[in-house]
Ligand binder design. Structure first.
Ligand code: PEP
Ligand code: MN
Length: 367
């Protein structure tokens, strides 16, 4: 250093020196961040965790040992911990993958084509049918009425996940066979729940959409099996699943290679006893925002109450739902499952008329 530089500096020149140091620090911090990123990429390839506490401790010890002052060791530790944390955040951010179900990955709505019916294409769909396929006659009677009411997609459970092992468990494959035969007669598309991963491939021979029920939303082997076929999947929200868990469950199916997935809100468990479950209407616009997948609302299992199904269906449509699911039985009094909450045919006709007249449908038509 020459004599001139050793002269006491003016405030101005000290300030400009400080600015220069700030920029150097910034440059060094940016270089450090780049190096950390590089390390992060190598670690990711090796499958290691981002955070290595031993390594962080070593770096801090080395820095404190080399501390020339005037900052005390505690301050040096504090400052560098902040820098380490910022670097770790950077690594975590880099590793965080966007989900395939996310709108950030795909801007356009996913649509599911079922014959001439398109789900998610802007015209809401009404999916109706009995809780369970009980017999050929019962299924045929339901189908005839649904067809007459303009329904194109019929539901009917063949494998019933029941709370009690002593309750009707469904007709199994025979139920799927009945559904297929009846649907062919009336030109309807069908949805039915599959509970066993071993049945996922076989299901395509009988039905058009595989339903994965609320109780199986996190049955990961079933989700993986659903990802391995081309059949559209209707995934129900788990009884106590968060929206994040719901989307991650759908992600399993997309990650497996099947992008034909629909989400259905069917009510969640809360302390409220006035309804069977609590219909989470807010989930509809959130799911629509977060994901490109069609979002439907099951007004039967969410409310469990016939008297409020129409207003709840309207609320769902107003919130942006791509469709409604409702259970309809030709004679609910003798239904083998969910007898109390299935609509009979005249009730369904009134329900349809009510929803159609709500002004929530483009042209008063439910697909
Ligand atoms: C069903 O839709 O038949 C059913 C059992 O519903 P969830 O899985 O929503 O209880
Ligand atoms: Mn039911």
């Amino acid at each position: 250093m020459n004599n001139e530089e050793k002269q006491p500096s003016s405030l101005e020149s000290l300030r400009s020196e400080l600015n220069g140091i700030n920029r150097q620090l910034l440059e060094l911090l940016s270089r450090r961040a780049e190096t950390v990123r590089e390390i992060g990429r190598i670690k990711e390839k090796q499958g290691g965790p981002e955070f290595d506490p031993v390594r962080e401790q070593e770096m801090l010890t080395e820095l404190v040992a080399a501390n020339p002052g005037p900052f005390d060791d505690k301050t040096i530790r504090h400052l560098f911990k902040q820098i380490f944390q910022a670097s770790l955040d950077l690594q975590v951010q880099e590793r965080k993958k966007e989900l395939l179900v996310s709108r950030r990955v795909r801007k356009e709505d996913t649509t599911i084509q079922l014959g001439s019916t398109v789900i998610g294409g802007g015209r809401p769909v009404m999916i109706a049918g009995p809780c369970s396929v009980e017999s050929y006659e019962q299924t045929r009677a339901a189908a005839a009425a649904l067809k007459a009411a303009g329904v194109t997609v019929m539901r009917g459970g063949a494998f019933k996940p029941r709370t009690s092992p002593y309750d009707f468990q469904g007709l199994g494959i025979e139920g799927l066979r009945i559904l297929k035969e009846v649907a062919a007669e009336f030109g309807l598309k069908t949805i039915s729940e599959i509970v066993d991963p071993a049945h996922v491939e076989l299901a395509a021979e009988y039905i058009d959409v595989i339903q994965i029920g609320a109780r199986n939303m996190q049955n990961f082997e079933l989700l993986k099996a659903a990802g391995g076929v081309k059949t559209p999947i209707l995934l129900k929200r788990g009884l106590a699943a968060t929206i994040d868990e719901f989307l991650n469950a759908a992600e399993y199916i997309l990650a497996g290679g099947n992008s034909q997935v629909m989400l259905i809100e069917r009510g969640i468990r809360t302390y409220e006893k006035a309804t069977r479950n609590t219909l989470d209407i807010s989930a509809v616009p959130i799911l629509k925002q977060e994901s490109h997948l069609p979002v439907l609302v099951d007004v039967t299992h969410s409310t469990g109450r016939k008297d409020i199904m129409a207003p709840c269906a309207k609320a769902a449509l107003a919130a942006g739902a791509d469709g409604i699911m409702v259970e309809v039985h030709p004679n609910p009094a003798v239904a083998l499952s969910d007898a109390a909450q299935q609509l009979d045919i005249p009730q369904f006709e009134r329900f349809m008329a009510d929803v159609r007249s709500s002004g929530l449908l483009k042209d008063g038509v439910l697909a």
